[in-house]
Write a protein that binds this ligand. Sequence first.
Ligand SMILES: NC(=O)c1ccc[n+]([C@@H]2O[C@H](COP(=O)([O-])OP(=O)(O)OC[C@H]3O[C@@H](n4cnc5c(N)ncnc54)[C@H](OP(=O)(O)O)[C@@H]3O)[C@@H](O)[C@H]2O)c1
Length: 323
Amino acid sequence: MLAAYAVRADADEPLAALAVGEMDPPNVPEGWVSVQVRAAALNLHDVWSLRGVGLPADRLPMILGCDAAGVADDGREVIVHAVINSPDFVGSDTTYDPERSLLSERYPGTFATQVRVPASNLIDKPPELSFAEAACLPTAWLTAYRMLFRQSGARPGDTVLIQGAGGGVATALIVLARQAGMRVWVTSRDETRGARAVSLGAHRAFPAGARLPERVDAVMESVGAATWSHSINVLRPGGTLVICGATSGDNPPKAELTKIYFKPLRVIGSTMGTRDELISLTHMLVATGVRPHIDRVLPLADAAAGFAAMIASDHFGKIVLEP
Ligand SMILES: NC(=O)c1ccc[n+]([C@@H]2O[C@H](COP(=O)([O-])OP(=O)(O)OC[C@H]3O[C@@H](n4cnc5c(N)ncnc54)[C@H](OP(=O)(O)O)[C@@H]3O)[C@@H](O)[C@H]2O)c1
């Protein structure tokens, strides 16, 4: 089968670690099912994998990709929940499983014509969503959904600042927060991307690090070191910072500990989401009509072009691959 996979780790030249070619389909263990992939979506996670972050050499070669929508063996149109939990995990919130992994970390990922997953990782794809739209949901959109609606405490009418306008998580946050009746502010390093965020639903866009007209109720952080101090400074007393990533580095020049306890703020980590939250997300999209913003759709054979765009931040929204 055709697949895009990591052959080695290259921290400086991640594209050099990518191969696209034929591979044998993986075995399907007892209790797992095979899905014919119709669309898969890129995430920055896939670039981290090529750089060797979270993907040790003894697991290579590894098919990349967390997100997919496709057709199961029984003909069902499905979305693949990307979080593979330990069968021994006990508890309702599966994001707390210390043994969890994402597809492409321990088990082959979705950038292939077929992917195999535990049967319980499939949810129904609503007919209202295209395969490409559905493929955007399991990582970026699910993460955004949980950050906003479970972790942030933000309510309709509250002001939410989203750091970094153009990424997959950021564009999902913009659309979901706007739909939920929040006042949506974004920052971007790039004026054009800020303007595109406004056309997507943000009320205002500001340059990265800008002084804001007033303090905000919640900040959605995925940029990390480059925006950390700004995120702490723009929050109102009692506000909430939800963090799901650290694209620019995880060691900010100032930790801002005094401001965090003195204001006092809530700082909450968030990662992916549960299967039930993924189902709720699909219901929200069907009920509201909102859809993921897709930057481009490429054939799987051209996966390198998608990776190159993501590495250069030359994308706005999601990049989708079709086998
Ligand atoms: N914990 C989880 O479950 C989870 C799930 C999904 C993603 N993540 C993490 O979230 C982050 C974003 O993922 P993604 O797939 O949305 O990536 P992406 O599509 O490549 O987006 C990257 C974002 O970062 C901003 N950015 C990048 N470098 C920056 C810098 N130096 N200064 C300011 N802004 C910068 C960009 O905004 P502008 O270019 O507009 O400024 C853009 O919004 C990644 O670190 C990823 O690992 C975590």
